[in-house]
Design a protein. Structure first.
Length: 157
């Protein structure tokens, strides 16, 4: 492959990765806020267009908060990076439910918000699964682990 094509592909890959990280960060902020509110606010204030049980709303809050963490933490620590597309997929399912509940409540225009957020989450799910998967931290060899665990002998003072 010519050098110019390789350089263009590398720039495109970096741009894709940066775009996915930006979307992941924004989604994480949205879901941390939404999930946190569902966990902190009194259940009486969580009433929407359709009455849902308080325990279910708390469960959705926990799922949104964990999903937000799942969008960011595996990539930051480069551990279990396959969890990021799974977290994004779970958030897509939550957004499908949010869109459905909003439409059942008779609110068409506000249903666009969960549609857009769900579309962004599906973009992250596909992007991190197929287009630009997150790198996994290289495994340490047994010799490296053993060397890091051995303690140097103490010198007599």
């Amino acid at each position: 492959m010519p050098r110019i094509v390789q350089s263009a592909a590398r720039r495109s890959s970096k741009r894709t990765n940066a775009s996915l990280w930006t979307i992941q960060a924004l989604l994480a902020l949205v879901f941390l806020f939404a999930g946190g509110m569902k966990l902190v606010v009194p259940i009486e204030m969580l009433k929407g267009p359709v009455a849902l049980p308080g325990a279910f709303m708390r469960f959705i809050g926990v799922c949104e908060t964990l999903g937000a963490l799942g969008l960011i933490l595996p990539g930051v620590f480069r551990i279990r990076t396959a969890l990021t597309p799974l977290a994004a997929s779970g958030l897509v399912i939550i957004m499908i439910g949010a869109t459905t509940v909003t439409l059942i409540g008779g609110l068409v225009a506000p249903a666009l918000v969960p549609v857009i957020v769900g579309t962004l989450a599906s973009l992250v799910a596909y992007g991190r699964w197929r287009v630009a998967p997150l790198a996994v931290r290289p495994a340490r060899s047994a010799a490296t682990i053993e060397a890091s665990q051995t303690v140097a002998p103490r010198r007599a003072a």
